[in-house]
Write a protein that binds this ligand. Sequence first.
Ligand SMILES: [Zn+2]
Length: 840
Amino acid sequence: MIQSRAALLLSILCGSSCGYAATITECQDMLRTGKYVECLDAASAAVDRRSYGEEWPMLKATAETHLGHYLQAAQTLEAGIARYSWSVRLRMLAYENATTLGDTDRAKLMIQELEQVASAAPWRYTDADDLVALGKAAIVIGVDPKDVLEGFYGRAQRNYKSRPDGFLAAGQLAIDKGDLALASETLRPAAEQFPDNPEICFALATSIQAVEPEKAAELWEHTLTVNPNFAPTQLHLAKKQIDAEDYAAAKETISEVHRINPWHPEGHALQAVIHHLKNDPIAEAVSHSRAIAFSPQSPAIDYLIGERLSRKYRFREGAAFQQMALQTDPAFLPAKTQLAQDLLRLGEDERGWKLADGAQKQDKYDTTLFNLMQLKNDLDKFATRTTDQFVIRMRASESAVYGDRVEELLTTAMAELSKKYGYTPSEKVVVEIFDRPDDFAVRTFGLPDVAGFLGVCFGKLVTANSPASQRENPNNWESVLWHEFCHVITLQMTDNKIPRWLSEGISVYEERQKDDRWGQHMSPVFRVRVQRGNVTPVSQLSSAFLNAKSGDDLNFAYYESSMVVEFIVQEYGFDALIAILNDLKTGLTINDALARHTGGLAELDAAFEDYLKSVADNFATGVRFNASSEDGAEPIPDVEGLEDPKNYTAGLKLAVRYVRAGETDRAIEKLQQLIELFPDDRSPNGARPLLAQIYERQNETALQMDVLAEHLQYSGDDLESAMKLLTLQVKAELWPEAALTGELVAAIDPLQPAAIRKFYTAAMKQHDTATALQALRGLLQLEPADAPRTHFQMATLLTEKDPSQARRHVLLALEQAPRYRDAHKLLLKLTAAADPATRQ
Ligand SMILES: [Zn+2]
């Protein structure tokens, strides 16, 4: 009230420039561009002048809301409704205002009145804004969202193409229901038509952030150029900063929000999250009480705080907040969905699925819940192996092929790593391996279509992609499970209070400790980065994961983190690493914990930089590379430059040129020089695989095998080379060697029938019945057409050890191939042996 009088007064006192009364469109523009005070002044003046139009009280109340004057907004809306008693839009705003104020009675009343006035004169409410208000009310009273989309928002979009409201409401509804594809489909054309509408740009960015992160970032930036006070983007930024552990920057961003609206509930909620993460319960309580100052009965704040904590892997605490939200409002769906996800990640499957199922019955349109229940359907069909320490779930057919290897690897990881870290998980660890990437993504991230992850660990639960889904880009799944299991230890040891970089760093470090071929290593690309000083300080490493702009960036973040761990262990001892983990558990921040056990953060930053630089300088010293992925790489030299004996990349090019020219001897000589120059090349396109190809063409099998075997000492993922070597070794009847290479092939892709047949042969030649049987079990799954022969082979192997199983297999062979003569013979033999009457 004070402001509106002041505005009136000003408009009387001032000269012509101030006396100008703004139009509705101008005031809408003020809102759009963040001039909330100006908008409030102008709208207040119009309301005081009794200018006609429901827009005036709407504009005024909206400006008041943006400024945090919630109670004044309530009065404005009440007065507006008194004057424009037919208005559905004012009532929708009043409903939203009442919800913000936690006034459920008034919120209910507004919806009832809205229904009454709308049904009394439906012909009156046909323009875009009214349709949107009616659609929102319909959602509140539980109309099927599909009908709302079509009947209200669709109509608003079709009939009023020049108004953004229908598009925005439809897009927002799709986002709320987790249908991001539909949301972006709706919002994309709208963003083209209304490029300077921050709300549409923001909603589009939200819907595409997972699939087009760069475009989304551009859109977010754009919203702030249009409206520097646009709170949704500021809050989004603050969330990102919290994710990156940049709490100082997040605090700064939140204070920007509070500069415009000192009461912004979400701003205070995020501040509470920061205090929680910094282990400051008193400050957290203060921020929490500010966040709910106007609306103590709203579940939204607890939901938001919990959801952000779960983002930081603090699932236990996150779940507690969702439970509080549900105490306030047992029907609050976002909290139910989030709690279900939290429980599933905590390994509390039964409760989690029950909750998800109930929530889906409450809202059939919610895509997240729909996807979750689809996943459950698939998971129910999985085979479960339960050991003393693990529950392992895989597709039954995959479990039969390589489930034993999974179990063995995890058991070894548990034994070795729990001993090393002095921590044994008290409950069974759940490991799920998915053959469908969408199942993995839904289980892991709550939404399908997230690519680029091999495995994820939540503390008690590990999810991983099966090698079946990684054929395009083969990967050593054993290294993945070792890495993820190591997260189990570090997450549980710290009650999930470990920052991402340290957890990743330890996992990669332990990969290398277990097998030198696993994990990230210094490479020509990394060497350039380090030598150019393109290294993130230890104290800011978590941001390196979040701000990675390319695969190389992310890979380097993993590598650098693992080198910090290596440096700490080398310089301060393994006990220092354990002490840091223990400190984190008690709530100390990572930088404080590091400082305590390494002699100061600044020194650590400097000493580590020197260390990493020395690793880079000692890597392929004097060797030049021209990798195209190197930023600012020197150009590939022209013909004369190729002769440079110290340039590895140029040398490879030259060798290829020799091969093409038929100068094989020169090519071999060059490649041998290159291997000597840079023996640590782990790449599948390096000198060794190329040399092996040449030997292959020359039928120099022994030399080819030697080079391939040497190459595979450095590479744990090169399926092609491993398969080639295995084939040659089987052909050369080098059985122990073949068995060893077979292990590597199975660690990359255990699901290849051709390879399994080779393991089988190698095992048989070495009289390793157990491995041979395992291979046959795999073939049975992968090549059902060949089942009679496989059953017969199994029966043969089991004749001595387990005649009854042998009989079973021979019968299975005959069931599918009744004229199988060898099987008949074996059956006779088995029957004779089993019949005591014929036994002497
Ligand atoms: Zn990891």
